[in-house]
Design a protein around this ligand. Structure first.
Ligand code: FES
Length: 162
């Protein structure tokens, strides 16, 4: 066979091989995009149906710097993956609430002047004790436990306590 014809044949095979691998890559990208398109709504439904409280894992105890609270009525702290409001009550006790809305997981705001938590996403409201004041949330905010140990306050995840 003519060497230039062999070279041309090799080039043609190389080009075909490159085109085949591009087609294969494109197929994989399209399958991935299709799968994401199909499963994204299912994930959204799962997020909506399964309460955030059921997906949480316990968090190690965390000390609270009491001096942070001495001149304020409330303070926001990060506790594991939670945004927590620690509030000094009128009787000088401390209470802590996970700010994750029990409806669909948005972060609620504490309105000190109104004495309630309000969710900006769908309008749920919670009383100062975390109980539901207005739908669509149906479960109270998670209250975390605060213990005083050796003159220091410690924030606990209730699931750590037997
Ligand atoms: S996430 Fe709070 S009311 Fe829907």
């Amino acid at each position: 066979m003519n060497p230039s014809r062999i070279n041309a044949e090799e080039q043609r095979l190389a080009v075909e091989s490159e085109q085949a691998s591009k087609r294969q890559f494109l197929k994989q990208v399209l399958w991935g995009a299709g799968a994401a398109y199909l499963f994204a709504p299912l994930y959204a439904v799962w997020r909506y149906v399964v309460s955030p409280a059921e997906r949480k894992v316990p968090i190690a105890p965390m000390p609270i710097a009491e001096n942070v609270l001495q001149s304020r009525t409330s303070v926001l702290v990060r506790f594991g993956d939670k945004n927590v409001l620690v509030r000094r009550e009128t009787d000088n006790t401390l209470r802590a609430f996970d700010l994750r809305c029990t409806h669909a997981g948005c972060t609620v705001e504490w309105r000190d002047s109104e004495g309630k938590f309000v969710c900006p996403c769908h309008g749920a409201e919670f009383r100062a004790d975390g109980s539901v004041a207005k739908l669509p949330a149906t479960a109270p905010l998670e209250e975390l436990t605060i213990l005083k140990e050796h003159e220091k306050f410690v924030l606990l995840d209730k699931r750590k306590i037997p």
